[in-house]
Design a protein. Structure first.
Length: 288
């Protein structure tokens, strides 16, 4: 493992993608600085070559400290009404220290949306493209790891993420991270916007079949309307803006944009992981 000073900064390094970016950079012997919101996470043992630091998007002092000596940035900000302000602060610091390569985790964008994730992603991409920093944008599809939130339901044999008919090319965040690492460390990705998707289009019932086959017990998908799905979310005490964002996404009959896995296959020289492989790898999370 290299002993060099990290020149790559990973924001939201404890997130679904950031944690795997850190691990895969470490596995490649590439030093990196991993930004965490809390001191406890920053101080916890990291992968070899990974330096943990506090990076609070609302605290300019932690932003300045995290960016010191950085020339490459993996940028993730949580989808929220505050994302544009946070992104602006991070980009200002990136320009100040001379970052010359930026890889941004974005998401699917539906042009007809007036609120929610698509709007926040659009604004983030606009700021990045106007920053003058060479960039690569990764528009990820629905993460398989989001299904961890349904693990309790799956253990009981039934789960739902809204209307069953919508077909989604679910994507493993380990594959998102692999594309990000390629864009962070290899040439040829500047100015590109990549749609990242999993290898198969699955509706809700098809997802349940995969869980049933791998877990060896019946798992069913509960087909509910977007409205009923949102009413159920309200029981968890989520903020209204997040419930609204989930509602807008659930109400779309189709996932916006491309759902082909061709881009992932071209960059990684392999197919992205299947839902079946994901369930096998994380079987202990879903086993009853």
């Amino acid at each position: 493992m290299t002993n060099e000073t990290p020149r790559i900064l990973i924001t939201a390094a404890g997130g679904k993608v950031g944690q795997h970016v850190a691990k895969q950079l470490s596995d490649k012997g590439v030093a990196a600085r991993a930004g965490f919101h809390s001191q406890d996470k920053a101080a916890a043992p990291q992968q070899p070559g990974i330096e943990g630091v506090v990076l609070d998007f609302e605290n300019p002092e932690t932003i300045a400290a995290a960016f010191k000596g950085i020339d490459t940035l993996f940028l993730v900000t949580p989808g929220s009404p505050y994302a544009a302000r946070q992104e602006e602060r991070l980009l200002a610091e990136a320009k100040k220290v001379g970052v010359g390569r930026l890889v941004k985790l974005s998401g699917k964008i539906a042009e007809h949306h007036t609120v929610g994730f698509g709007v926040w992603n659009t604004e983030a991409e606009r700021q990045i493209k106007g920053s003058g920093i060479p960039y690569t944008i990764l528009r990820g599809n629905f993460f398989m790891q989001n299904l961890f939130g349904s693990a309790g339901q799956i253990k009981q044999g039934v789960f739902t993420m809204g209307p069953a008919a919508k077909k989604i090319a679910l994507l493993d965040t380990r594959d998102v991270a692999a594309v990000a690492v390629a864009a962070l460390t290899a040439p040829g990705h500047s100015g590109q916007t990549y749609d990242l998707n999993g290898p198969e289009l699955l509706d809700g019932h098809a997802q349940a079949v995969v869980f049933s086959d791998v877990l060896g017990r019946p798992v069913k998908y509960l087909d509910v309307s977007a409205a009923d799905f949102i009413e159920n979310l309200k029981k968890f005490g989520l903020p209204d803006w997040l419930i609204e964002a989930f509602g807008v996404a659930a109400a779309d009959a189709e996932v916006p944009g491309d759902q082909s896995s061709a881009t992932v296959e071209r960059i990684l020289q392999r197919k992205p992981g299947s839902l079946a492989q994901f369930v096998r790898d994380y079987r202990s999370v879903f086993d009853a």
